[in-house]
Structures are given as C-alpha cells and as structure tokens.
Design a protein around this ligand. Sequence first.
Ligand code: G3P
Length: 193
Amino acid sequence: MEYVLYIIIAYLLGSIPSGLIVGKAGYGKDIREHGSGNLGGTNTFRVLGIKAGLIVTTADILKGTAAAALPYFAGADVIPLVVGIFAVVGHMYPIFANFKGGKAVATSGGVILGVNPVIFIILILSFFIILYFSKYVSLSSMVSGIIGIIATLIVEDYGLTLIITLFTIFVIYRHRSNIKRIINKTEPKITWM
Ligand code: G3P
C-alpha cells in the first residue's frame, strides 16, 4: 500500500506544469503555443527568457528530487528510485495539463539528485560540455543520459544504472522530433555559449 501512496504523490508532483504556471501567471503566455511547443525549461528560456527559464528548470528538477526524497525522509518502506520514475511519468504526461508535458530531462535529473548527487553533478557537467561543443540542448540532454549510464557502471551502482537507462529511453523517445531536426539540420542551436 505504501508504494501506491508514494507513486500517486510522485505522479501528482511530476504533473505540476511549472512551465504552464510561470508562463500564464507571470507573462500571460502559454509556452505550448510558442517555440518548440514543449512544456519544459528549454522552451521557457526560448520563449520567456532567462529568469522564467531558470525558475521552470529549477522547479522541474525539484519535483523529481521531492518525489524521491519524500519516502526517504518519511521512513517509508519503498525504493525512492522506483517512486521517482512516476514523477518523470507525471512530468511527461501531466494530469494537470491534458497529459501533454515535457521531455523528461529536468525531472529525471531531479530524481537522480535526490538519490546520488555525485552522479547528478556528472550529468550536469557532461550536459554543459556537450552543449559547449554541439550547441544543441536536445543532443546534450540525450548524450548526457548515456554518459550517466556509463558513470553508474563505473561506480558499480547497478540499481541506478537501470533507472538512468530507463530515463534515457524516456528522454530519447520524447526527443523524436528533435532527432529528426538534428538530422535535417533544422534543430535550433543556442547562441549564448
Ligand atoms: O529538455 C528538453 C530539451 O532537451 C529540448 O527542448 O524545446 O528544444 O524541444 P526543445
């Protein structure tokens, strides 16, 4: 029963559509109607600017961290990583936003932050190194997931390997349109780095 409770809480936390809330409340804009149409941090940066982008990315990360940390602090007999999966599912398919959510990157990172901050730092560093060279946020998101898998294999944290593999599959699946644009050379590159 504990699993059901924490899975529901995680799904509801993940479903909080921060991009929609910040866009509509602070700027009177639905970011799903602008830019890439994605309800995530990158599109918030693109459509609403740096302040809103930082707020939404941070909120999307913390949804995952909270979902994974909550059962840990409550002393619940559940595996935080397993519960965390449902925060990512909520972020991708949010009940509060017609099941049209983000691409799993920030919330997956947040779950990992909640269970292994060192791997989270490795993910962030790889993300920015790949971003520096490629200028593609989408590519950096996907490849840093693969680097995360390798990092967990090196430190022999095989439970985390399984979960990061699942998260990376989610991330790649949700970036299908980005992959097509990268191949067609129509994916937008960042200009600030
Ligand atoms: O986190 C999502 C990012 O990797 C791509 O977002 O808006 O460029 O499709 P977007």
